[in-house]
Design a protein around this ligand. Sequence first.
Ligand code: NAD
Length: 373
Amino acid sequence: MSVTVGVINETNELERRVAITPEVAAKIRKWGWQVVLETRAGEAAGFPDSDYTDCEIAPSADAVLKQADVIFRVSPPDAAFFQAAKEGACIIGFMSPFTDQERFKVAAERKQVVFAVELIPRTTRAQAMDALSSQASIGGYKGTLIAANESPRFFPMLTTAAGTIRPSHVLVIGAGVAGLQAIATAKRLGAIVTAYDVRPETAEQVESLGAKFLDLGVQAVGEGGYARALTPEELEQQRQALKDFLNKVNVLITTAAVPGRPAPKIVTADMAKNMKTGSVIVDLAAEGGGNCELTEPGKTIEINGIKIIGPLNVPATVPMDASLMYSRNLYNFSSLLNDDGKLHFNWEDEILAGCVLTHDGQLVHPVLTGEKS
Ligand code: NAD
């Protein structure tokens, strides 16, 4: 029996991406797998049902779930989804594995194999599957556009008959995947860009984009190439060193994150309020609570003439290209499960083993079991 991949409509209200694009559906069909989508699953991303040639279009989510052996998703599922999916189904997507972990007990009871794309190892071999990176780069790009749109000033220097307009000064905090794309986008728009990160190796990456690296004297390299959380003393040192610099910038874009923890509060309420009138803060860490104390996730607030924007699910605001990239990530990941048309799990493979949450009726990942990996 051939393998059936299923995709249902995303139910999160901000979600416009789809986990399978027509391009990837056609490639998966070449493995001999079937593809079934709930009607209108791709519509918000710009892919109507008619684009999915050779795929079954089902009238409801249940009609998909009762037959799908493999389910591609974008947003993290709730417990009810695991209940509704077939026993033994394989589910791949963002899982938010650090929150509401009770959900995964339902998946384990139902002998489902759940893969969290957030936990795919950040190795060279897994780069084409790295959904965190593909979606973060969209967030960085769009975050800069949001800032430019909300700013009362131009980004580039303009020399006009009405005189010269000075360029905006943009500071990016957190120079990971999102931060680097935010820097590149702000540079393309002509701003003067400075960036800061606690991982020292980012200095060279920042400079290679033509931006300046701000050294605040605090470094915090953690495991797996990520940052570690700062100690309270280090955080205070960072805030003190940053305070004066913030008065020089017109736009602040923050992207700082530490996996599995709330976003570090790098910018206090006072630091934000003391920025120049007309400044804009785009807090791309809003999903994790925000890097600025004043950020209200999902809202734009204005205090002392300073706008503080906490956008949620930014990649979903570029749904077509975000889906193209995400769907290719899932295709590349699933190619590890395709054994000549059959579904096969090779637990010796470090990529599969690195991101599987449940299989064989057990919670298996250290983020769920609490064991050290
Ligand atoms: P992330 O989203 O976890 O964090 C964003 C950035 O915030 C990181 O650069 C982090 O260092 C920084 N940060 C954390 N706390 C901070 C603080 N208090 N002050 C300032 N900055 C702070 O990170 P990410 O963008 O997902 O990337 C994490 C790492 O993974 C990077 O080293 C990246 O190069 C690496 N990576 C490797 C591959 C690969 O080799 N295949 C692919 C993608 C990413």
